[in-house]
Ligand binder design. Structure first.
Ligand code: OAD
Length: 229
């Protein structure tokens, strides 16, 4: 018999226990940096060095952290389920833990792409992108990140995937950023939804919801117990 499918939407909270800051919690990244200064195409046009440096620091940190037990619990789940991860995170901690099916909605920190041709995507060697680093066509490289105001190209695929879930799980996202936050609306009626997050959440719109109000590490272990056949 084929395995049941679990679609998991993850956000910054799943990487918090690895030591990566979330965005909107107190002390989060968007308290220290203005989105308009570092995470928009206009910011990159105005001050590419600042934007490149912001993502260099994020990338550098990524080499200093490790996946945590929440990432590993999702790998364990693959023994019993067809697990498909849709992540808003630009880190690679799901992959490093061993998850095999990961879709990055908002790009990937370790990749860069051409400013002239978005199809030209490269994996950066090391953490540092420099102003003056160019693609094979001679154009400046930029972080491979979906900035505010840019289309989220993976959304149709992610929505389609969400509609095939037998179980839908949400971990560590404030559900503030669309279109990612709307993916739960594509879940088929009657599909159980689990949400793991220690923060206060607006979730009254989500039917058949089991709320696990815990950090990702302990919460995901509870989920594993519950879903174990
Ligand atoms: P947010 O910072 O908006 O939300 C983080 C969520 O993680 C909150 O709901 C917290 O309660 C929760 N959280 C904090 N610590 C946790 C822990 N230890 N375990 C589990 N949950 C925890 O981050 P996202 O929702 O991921 O996009 O943000 C969405 C997008 O906004 C990001 O992908 C990024 C950002 O701007 C771009 O930069 C394009």
């Amino acid at each position: 018999m084929s395995k049941q499918r679990i679609v998991v939407l993850t956000g910054a909270g799943i990487s918090a226990e690895s030591g990566i800051s979330t965005f909107r919690d107190s002390g989060g990244l968007w308290e220290k940096h203005d989105i308009m200064d570092v995470a928009t195409p206009q910011a990159f046009e105005r001050d590419p060095a600042l934007v490149i440096e912001f993502y260099n620091q994020r990338r550098k940190q990524l080499y200093e952290v490790e996946p945590n037990e929440a990432h590993y619990a999702l790998v364990e789940l693959e023994k019993y389920y067809d697990v498909r991860i849709i992540t808003q995170n630009v880190d690679d901690l799901h992959e490093r833990a061993g998850s095999t099916q990961v879709m990055h909605l908002h790009g990937e920190l370790k990749k860069v792409r051409s400013t002239a041709d978005e199809q030209l995507v490269y994996t950066l060697d090391g953490w540092e992108l420099r102003l003056g680093d160019t693609c094979e066509k001679g154009s400046q490289l930029r972080p491979h990140i979906v900035w505010f105001g840019e289309p989220v190209d993976m959304i149709p695929l992610a929505a389609e995937l969400s509609s095939t879930a037998d179980v839908f799980v949400i971990i560590g996202t404030s559900l503030n950023v669309y279109p990612a936050a709307g993916l739960v609306d594509y879940v088929r009626p009657g599909t159980p939804v689990y949400l793991i997050d220690p923060g206060p959440m607006q979730v009254s719109h989500i039917p058949r919801l089991t709320l696990i109000r815990e950090k990702a590490g302990t919460g995901t272990k509870k989920l594993l117990k519950e879903l174990m056949p």
